[in-house]
Every structure is written in structure tokens, then in C-alpha cells.
Design a protein around this ligand. Structure first.
Ligand SMILES: NC(=O)c1ccc[n+]([C@@H]2O[C@H](COP(=O)([O-])OP(=O)(O)OC[C@H]3O[C@@H](n4cnc5c(N)ncnc54)[C@H](O)[C@@H]3O)[C@@H](O)[C@H]2O)c1
Length: 256
């Protein structure tokens, strides 16, 4: 129960496949209290059922991260429940399907802007809004992917968003260092989630990565969750501005 006494917000759980749901389950098992922030009404019923199955009792709030008022309303709801929080999990990404089907060179500005707004700027925006209710020594995590700095065919526009997200992690870790707030990213192998299904050849990619990876296993949302437990706990004190791969060593391989 290394997270006992820690309180926070988890963004991005929509259904049982969501990485944020895998994180929520593990944080609960380790004693954390949290509010789940979801994009829309649709996710609420799905999550309520899952929460019942796992005996998780928590509030669910709706927050569309493209809407400033929605973020500030959520912050007020979090502040009135917890006063101060110790962690934020940002597990959000979106690219219009058309832009994921096209190569980067054909990406329209409005699709580029929307992808970066939701997948990257939302982290900055959320942290700015929540800054005054973060306790000293708090920890923030986001989710990235290897396509941020390697060519992963089909990931195109999202690769740009993840490159900017990873850079944001580093600058935010500097911006927040005076309050000892740590900012890190987990970068897992491909996992079969609703968002990931928008990337061409997802299943093929998953098999390839697990076959080639050093530890030869497929990463699932629970494994990402246990790594989140570490990063959000005091066990990871001193770790900030890092992109931590949860990919069984795959990212270290050269072209074989
Ligand atoms: N699945 C993978 O293979 C994989 C690998 C590495 C990193 N990631 C990253 O993990 C994170 C979570 O993705 P996932 O795979 O669990 O898929 P998911 O579809 O379960 O989660 C994406 C979440 O983003 C939310 N979202 C989108 N637009 C939003 C908005 N305007 N306001 C609020 N929320 C919004 C969705 O509601 C959803 O809950 C993403 O950042 C993704 O890029 C996924």
C-alpha cells in the first residue's frame, strides 16, 4: 500500500481497455484515492460497472480538455473534494482518423492543431490549472510512445504530438522543480486499446514488438499501471523529466 494517503486525478479512462483504467486499478490496489476525469457521459456507465467489479469507489467527472471552463470546473471539483493533490495522470490522446490514415505530408493544419491541442497542449494546460492545488513533492505522469523519435509507419501525426509531449515533460519538470513536483512519461509498447486501433497494422506491430523484445512478452495495461505506482510513489523520488520505456527492452534494439 505504498500510495496510502496519496490523492490525485486520473485523466483518460474510457473503458476496460484504457491504459488509464489499468493505472486506476493499480493505484487503487496500492491505497491511492483519486477522481476519474472522463471526456464524456458515454464513459461514465462503462466505468461505473468496472468500478463495481473492482470495489473502487470514487467520483467521476466530465472534462473535455479542449474546453478551458471544463478544466477549471474540474479543478474546483477536485479542490473541494481533496483540497490538495499529490498526483496527476494524463493519459489522453486524439488524432482525427483521416489524419492517421494519411502520411504526415498530407496532414491539414486543422487536424495538426487538433491533435497537438488534445494530445500535447492539454498536459501543459492541466498542469497550469492544477498547479496551486499540487502539494509539495507531487508527481505527474503522461503517456508517450516510441513513435515520438523513431519512424513508426502509420503513427505519423501522433509521432509529432508525442515528440512535443516528451519535450514538454522535460520543460515542465524544470518549471515545477521549485515545488519539488516531478514530471515523467511512461512509454509502453503498443497495446490493443480503442485509440490504438486507429493506427494501421496495430496487431502486427504488437506481435512484432513482443517477438523481438528482449523479454519476449506483450505489455498490458496492468504492467503500465504498476510502473505508474512506482512513479507516483515516493520510491521514485529524484526521478524527473524522464521518459521511461515499458516495452521489455524493445527500444534499445537496432535494425535486425
Ligand atoms: N495503446 C497504445 O498502444 C499506447 C502506446 C503508447 C502510448 N499510448 C498513449 O496512452 C494514452 C492513453 O491511450 P489508450 O491507448 O489508453 O487509449 P484510450 O482510447 O483508452 O484513451 C485515450 C483517452 O483520451 C481521451 N480523450 C480524447 N480526447 C479528449 C478530450 N478532448 N478531452 C478529454 N479526454 C479526451 C479519451 O476519452 C480516452 O479516454 C494516450 O496518450 C496514448 O497515446 C498508448
Amino acid at each position: 500500500m505504498i500510495l496510502t494517503g496519496k490523492k490525485g486525478v486520473i485523466f483518460g479512462a474510457s473503458n476496460k481497455y484504457s491504459i488509464a483504467w489499468g493505472i486506476a486499478k493499480q493505484l487503487h490496489l496500492h491505497g491511492a484515492e483519486f477522481i476519474l476525469s472522463v471526456e464524456n457521459e458515454k464513459s461514465i456507465n462503462k466505468l461505473k460497472k468496472l468500478m463495481e467489479e473492482h470495489s473502487i469507489k470514487t467520483d467521476i467527472c466530465i472534462c473535455d480538455v479542449t474546453d478551458e471552463t471544463s478544466i477549471s470546473n474540474l479543478k474546483n471539483a477536485v479542490a473541494s473534494k481533496f483540497e490538495k493533490i499529490d498526483f496527476v495522470v494524463h493519459s489522453i490522446a486524439y488524432a482525427p482518423p483521416e489524419s492517421l490514415q494519411n502520411s504526415l505530408i498530407n496532414t491539414k493544419w486543422e487536424h495538426f492543431a487538433q491533435t497537438l491541442h488534445i494530445s500535447t497542449y492539454s498536459l501543459i494546460n492541466i498542469i497550469r490549472e492544477f498547479k496551486d492545488i499540487l502539494s509539495e513533492n507531487s508527481s505527474i505522469i503522461t503517456l508517450s510512445f516510441l513513435g515520438s523519435n523513431r519512424i513508426v509507419p502509420g503513427y505519423d501525426i501522433m509521432g509529432i504530438a508525442k515528440a512535443a509531449l516528451e519535450s514538454s515533460v522535460k520543460y515542465l519538470s524544470h518549471n515545477l522543480s521549485s515545488s519539488n513536483t516531478r514530471v515523467n512519461a511512461l512509454s509502453p509498447s503498443p497495446i490493443n486499446t480503442v485509440s490504438a486501433r486507429g493506427v494501421k497494422n496495430l496487431k502486427e506491430m504488437m506481435h512484432k514488438v513482443s517477438d523481438l523484445s528482449l523479454l519476449k512478452d506483450e505489455i498490458n495495461i496492468d504492467t503500465v499501471g504498476t510502473n505508474a505506482v512506482y512513479l507516483l510513489s515516493d520510491l521514485s523520488k529524484g526521478v524527473t523529466g524522464q521518459i521511461i520505456f515499458v516495452d521489455s527492452g524493445y527500444h534499445n534494439l537496432g535494425v535486425l
